[in-house]
Structures are given as C-alpha cells and as structure tokens.
Design a protein around this ligand. Structure first.
Ligand code: SF4
Length: 459
C-alpha cells in the first residue's frame, strides 16, 4: 500500500537558449511537480557559463528553496533532484545533484535508480585511488564519467555505461551542455520537452513536470540513449549495446502521477484498466466501491465502471500532514491512520464496501484502514489490490521491504484476509496485469521474481 513502499527519486534538467535566462527557476517549478517521487531532500545545480552553483537541503523543494533565492541563482543550464534515499545515507551530503571538478570542467549529475553492481564498482574505484564524499552509488557514476572522459563527456558517459549495471535515468550538466541518459532497460522514465517560443529544452522524469513548465512533450528518451542539448540544439547518441525495455511496472501501478504519460501509457488509464480487470476477475456483491486515496482512486473508478457498483468516497486524505509530521504519543502514532485518513460515515455506515488499494506490501496500514472503516459502521469490507501479490524485493531503486517482511511471502491468501480482518481479499492476477500491460516491455519482478538482469543475493 502507498505508505509502505517509498517513492524513489525524480530528476529534471533545463537548458535555456538565452544565456542570461534563469534555468534554476524553471527547475524549481519542475521539482514541485515531481515532489511525489521523493520528499527527503531537494537540490538544484545551476551552471552559469562554466561556474557551478549547487544548492541542496533536506525537506521538500518548497522548504529547501524559496522563490527569492532565485534572484542570485544565475545560469542558463540547471538540473534538479528530489530524493527518497534507497541507497546511501539520508544526510544532506548525499542529497543530489552531486558535483565534481575534473578534466571535463565542473560537472553535476542527478540520478534516479539503483545500481546492482554498486559495491564492486566502488571497490574498483577505491582500489584505483578514488575518493568518495557520500555512500551513494550515484557518486560512482560521476567518478566513472570523469575518469573515462579524456576524449570528452560523451566518451566518458559511454564508458561509464559499459561498466555500470542496474537502473539509471540521469541528467547531467557541463559548462555548455545538458545531457540525459537512460539505462539500456529503461527501468525509470525520462522524457524530453520543449519550452515555449523555442526558449530551450527540458528533460524530466515525468511529463507532469513538462506540463508545470508549459513545455511541449517531444518524446521519451529511449533505453540506452544519450541526449545532448547545447547551443546547436538536440543530438541523440543511439544505444551502443542491445537494449530490452523493462520499464518498472510499479511506475504505472503507484509511483508516477496519474496525469503523467509514461512511455506512451496514460498512468490514470493504466490504473483504471487494472480496476476493470479486477471487477472482471471476481464478482462481489457490494453497495459501493471506494479507494484508498490517492493512488487507488483510478482503479476504484475502473472497478465501478466495469461492475456497475457505484463509486463513492469514504476516506478523505489529510493533505496537510507533511513528511515531518511527528506524533508525540505512541497511542497517537498507532492511530496515525485516523489522522491521515478521515472517514465519511454517511457513505460507510451499514454498507457493503469494496475498498481498492494500488498494492498490498506489508499490510499493516491496510489493516488499520479496515478497522477504521469497521469503526465507521461498514457492514462488509472486501479488500482488492489493483496489482498482484508483492513477493520479491526490488534492486532497481524502489524501496520495497526485505522479502521476509512482505505479507504475501509470510502468509497464505486466507491468512492475509484474517490478518486484515476483511470479509474477502482479491488481488489482480498476474495474467490480468499482463493483459493490461499489453506488451512485454515491463519489469514485473516484484510480482513474478523474473529480474531482467542478475541481481545480488542479499535481499
Ligand atoms: S522489481 Fe518491481 S519495483 Fe523494482 S523495477 Fe522491477 S517492477 Fe519495479
């Protein structure tokens, strides 16, 4: 469920054709649109004619940056990052972008994803005398690009790509270029947009950031591609190895914003179709279909459409509970769900409910929600997950718990129903998910264990 699996990271880069434009300001607004991808830290690196200004801090983009700070944040190229730390520590030092001086000049990089060979790369770089400031695997990528950049940044990136394995969507700035890179599997999204009036280009994790900047969508960066944007415009360096698209299906199930289009697929419509498939899988007698807000809403709407059972609102999310919300007393912490989610008793009392969540990971929050709905007078509660049982951990940048903590690993379907104290529990089947995906272009390893590449044995 939404609060049991954490967002990962969001990246954005802006290149303004006008040398005196303030690219950092654009990046700031883009980070607002990508905030759902990470709330732990935010950072912006702006390149002012070769001089890098890097500012970052812990918290939301709006907490770290204030608009007035942009008056003295010049530079026509800027990159930004919002982070949830899936690898490395959560300190401000590990917040991104990361910057380095090297023979390529000063460069900055922002990374979304996780490397599966981070440890061996770090060992190799350390043996060669490399020095690290953070524990983040992104720093190894920066090191490799610098180390192999004798024949230019493009060669440095290509060489680094031949050594790193795993998930990486990158935005990089040099003195005169904005660069975008997507790994050969395309685990996480990266798209290209164009600012209005030919003012420049944007690279962003999701199309919702383009919308925020009133930029036109150009296309997605394809797996393995390197995109170079400079004064001459946009150049594509095609993949130098065989690529096999394996977009993380969890981007569509939960992470991405419903108004985003990821690799040509509407996130909202994907979730709605999952809900429709769920309804087709099993007929449930009920009075109303409800969602665990927000990510369960499109699936609940789809379920209602396909089943003919009306959609109703029963849980209202408190939008003002920030990331730093701290409950002082244990009892209050246990009851946090009551503060996060209020019930509309009128829609719940004496009703048979179908409650739809995007996924069930640990089940602890969903258990509290079921209790909350019972206390509000629900007659029956049928829980539906708009994705299959999560049985495997992720190695590619999504912070799923250790396998042992996944409820679908610990318990049988009947034990899960008992634990949740629900009247029934239904998961979207793997076959239904396959049908919704239409094409075999997705990593679904946390459901089926088929990792697209060799992974370490530690999780
Ligand atoms: S293992 Fe799961 S969460 Fe990780 S990339 Fe694959 S589908 Fe996404």
């Amino acid at each position: 469920m939404s609060s049991e699996i954490h967002e990962e990271c969001g990246v954005i880069g802006v290149y303004c054709n006008d040398e005196n434009a303030n690219a950092a300001h654009f990046v700031y607004y883009g980070l607002y649109a990508l905030q759902h991808r990470g709330q732990e830290s935010a950072g912006i690196a702006a390149n002012n004619k070769g001089e890098m200004d890097l500012r970052k801090g812990l918290g939301l983009a709006g907490e770290v940056f204030r608009t007035e700070r942009f008056d003295n944040f010049p530079g026509n190229i800027a990159i930004g990052h919002v982070r949830y730390s899936t690898a490395g520590d959560a300190s401000v030092r590990s917040a991104q972008p990361l910057a380095a001086f090297c023979r390529l000049g000063e460069i900055a990089l922002a990374h979304n994803g996780n490397l599966v060979n981070a440890e061996s790369l770090r060992d190799m770089l350390t043996d060669e005398g490399g020095i690290f400031h953070t524990t983040s695997d992104s720093e190894s990528i920066l090191n490799l690009i610098c180390q192999h950049g004798a024949r230019g940044i493009e060669a440095g990136i290509k060489n680094a790509m031949s050594l790193i394995k795993g998930a990486y969507s990158l935005v990089i700035t040099t003195a005169d270029k904005l660069i975008g890179v997507r790994d050969p599997y395309g685990f996480h999204p990266l798209c290209i947009g164009k600012l209005q009036n030919e003012a420049g280009y944007v690279l962003a994790s999701e199309t919702c950031a383009l919308e925020a900047l009133d930029a036109d969508f150009v296309r997605d960066v394809e797996p393995g591609e390197i995109i170079i944007i400079n004064r001459e415009g946009l150049t594509v360096i095609p993949p130098s190895s065989v690529c096999r698209k394996k977009l993380c299906v969890f981007e569509l199930v939960y992470f991405a914003r419903p108004d985003s289009i990821v690799d040509g697929v509407s996130v909202y419509d994907f979730r709605r179709r999952c809900g429709m498939k769920l309804a087709a899988q099993r007929k449930i007698e009920a009075d109303v279909v409800m969602a665990v807000p927000d990510s369960g809403i499109p699936a609940a709407i789809g379920y209602a459409e396909a089943s003919g059972i009306p959609y109703g609102e029963g849980l209202i999310k408190n939008k003002y509970m920030g990331r730093t919300f701290i409950l002082p007393v244990q009892k209050m912490r246990d009851d946090a769900v009551r503060i996060k989610l209020a019930t509309i008793k009128h829609n719940i009392e004496n009703k048979r409910l179908i409650i739809i969540d995007d996924s069930i990971v640990r089940g602890t929050t969903l258990r509290r929600i079921v209790k909350h709905l019972r206390d509000a007078g629900a007659k029956e509660i049928h829980v539906c997950s708009a994705s299959p049982e999560v049985k495997f951990s992720c190695y590619f940048g999504i912070d799923t718990p250790h396998r042992e903590k996944l409820i679908a690993v610990q318990k049988s379907p009947e034990e899960i129903r008992e634990y949740l104290e629900a009247d029934s529990v239904t998961y979207l089947s793997e076959e239904s998910l396959r049908e919704v995906c239409e094409q075999d272009l997705y990593c679904k390893a946390c459901f089926d264990g088929n990792y697209p590449m060799e992974v370490p044995a530690s999780l």
